[in-house]
Design a protein. Structure first.
Length: 481
């Protein structure tokens, strides 16, 4: 889904605003406006009229903070978990930032230490700026700094221009000051502000001063100091000799080229933009910080840090987040309650349908219950019959084995069997001991034992045996005793 973003800069003598839209196919510049401020000053009514005249599509915007309003510091910290960085920065700056909003705008690693870029802004001054936009009927969503916009613009432009590579220096000229910085590996590693700024350089150009003039000499000296300071901090030179130039450089391009050549830099002033749509042409250098912030505001560039809020905005966002979480909680609760009610209603409807069906089929159910009881009774009888038949088969098998393994001359005179047990097996045999020895070797007969004493009769020794009918199982391992 396309997302529109508007960024506004309100300087000492100029108003600038751009609007872009982030399509799936790329970023498109919709419109931009550059207006000189009226001599009598600006107010909400003037800004509201400009907004209507330029036909901006919405009244929510991102505010590019004036350089004079922002104090940027670099805090060096050990390798802490990122979740603890903000608290560590606040402790580090607690004595020097009273009454100021502390905002992390970037984090990078150097020599196994975190270098945290921090923007400090007076909360009361920021509130005044936000209130000014509110008077014009506009809403400031968040505020950003120029260095962040430049960083985003360079990242966005890499590969589009042939001149600078992945590492380069830059100059950003505003009315009262100049910023020198070094961009490398997607981050601005170093930055330093100094005077003179754009207004002073314009005076030098108007007066046709040569490079030995005081203003230009000061500018060159500050540029040398900045370059030397970077080399001292990072123990190395700048990659390449290209120098991006941003800011209000109209009528300054020639003098900037001469000044940078003195330090073996090649000035790179971009009058082209990677954006489609409306072309910014000669205004691209001064609009670059705004373009960079719109890329972030539209979601094209994702950054973890850098959105600056006043204390009132922070409180409003916290309240909004609390209400949002409460709304989510209530929504979940309503969904659960609705689910329970639907479940209860479905259960009641199901119960009613079941009871209605039972009433309509009561005679059939009674008949089915009778059949069930009758079937269970017959099944029990069948099981008892099968059990009895099983015992009978076992007794017949025993008698067959007994008959096939009698000692020659042995005669069985009587046998009593009850529930699988041999109560009495009597008969005569030439030798009871030989008969028992033979039974021990036959499966099914090995558990027969002598009952009572052996007597002699006219047909041989008279014996009585007893035992258990077992089909190959030892009574000690689960057979009946």
């Amino acid at each position: 889904m396309a997302k529109t973003a508007i960024v506004v800069e309100l300087g000492q003598d100029i108003f600038q605003a751009i609007e872009i839209v982030n399509h799936n196919s790329g970023i498109e510049m919709i419109r931009y406006a550059i207006r000189n401020l009226p001599p009598e000053g600006v107010n909400g009514e003037w800004l509201g009229k400009i907004w209507e005249q330029e036909h901006f599509s919405k009244k929510r915007l991102v505010f590019l903070l004036p350089p004079a309003l922002v104090n940027i510091k670099t805090v060096i910290l050990p390798m802490l978990p990122l979740t603890q960085l903000e608290a560590a920065v606040r402790v580090e700056l607690s004595n020097s930032s009273r009454g100021e909003i502390i905002n992390i705008i970037g984090v990078y690693t150097h020599n196994d230490m975190y270098r945290v870029k921090v923007a400090l802004i007076k909360d009361d001054l920021l509130r005044e700026k936000i209130y000014f936009f509110e008077e014009a009927g506009l809403k400031v969503e968040w505020s950003g700094v120029r260095v962040r916009g430049i960083e985003n613009f360079i990242n966005f432009s890499q590969g589009f221009f042939e001149e600078p590579g992945t590492g380069a220096a830059y100059l950003d000229l505003t009315g009262d000051q100049t910023e020198f910085g070094v961009f490398k590996d997607d981050e601005i590693l170093y930055r330093r502000n100094f005077a003179p700024g754009g207004h002073d350089l314009l005076e030098a150009v108007a007066g046709e001063y040569d490079l030995d003039s005081a203003i230009l000499s000061d500018f060159l000296e500050e540029l040398r100091l900045s370059n030397a300071s970077y080399r001292a901090d990072f123990s190395g030179n700048i990659t390449g000799n290209k120098l991006w130039v941003f800011g209000h450089i109209e009528n300054l391009d020639q003098i900037i080229t001469k000044l940078t050549n003195e330090l073996d830099f090649t000035a790179f002033i971009s009058y082209k933009s990677k954006l489609t749509g409306v072309l910014t042409d000669k205004h691209t250098p001064q609009l670059a910080p705004l373009i960079g912030l719109t890329l972030e505001a539209s979601g094209f560039i994702q950054r973890e840090y850098g959105h600056i809020y006043s204390e009132d905005q922070k409180n409003a966002l916290a309240k909004q987040k609390t209400l949002l979480n409460l709304g989510k909680f209530l929504l979940v609760g309503v969904a659960i309650l609705a689910g329970l009610l639907l479940t209860f209603q479905a259960g009641m409807e199901k119960k009613g349908k079941v009871q209605g069906w039972l009433r309509g089929h009561a005679p059939k159910l009674v008949k089915l219950q009778y059949l069930e009881r009758s079937t269970n009774s017959n099944l029990q009888k069948i099981n008892e019959l099968e059990s009895w038949l099983s015992d009978r088969n076992r007794e017949l098998e025993f008698l067959l084995v007994l008959q096939n393994n009698l000692l020659a001359g042995t005669k069985i005179t009587d046998i009593i069997i009850e529930n699988g047990s041999i109560k009495d097996l009597s008969g005569t045999t030439p030798s009871v001991s030989i008969l028992l020895e033979k039974f021990k070797k036959v499966e099914g007969l090995q558990y027969l034992r002598l009952k009572g004493t052996i007597t002699n009769g006219p047909e041989g020794e008279i014996f009585h045996l007893e035992g258990t009918i077992v089909s190959g199982k030892d009574p000690k391992q689960g057979g009946k005793p």
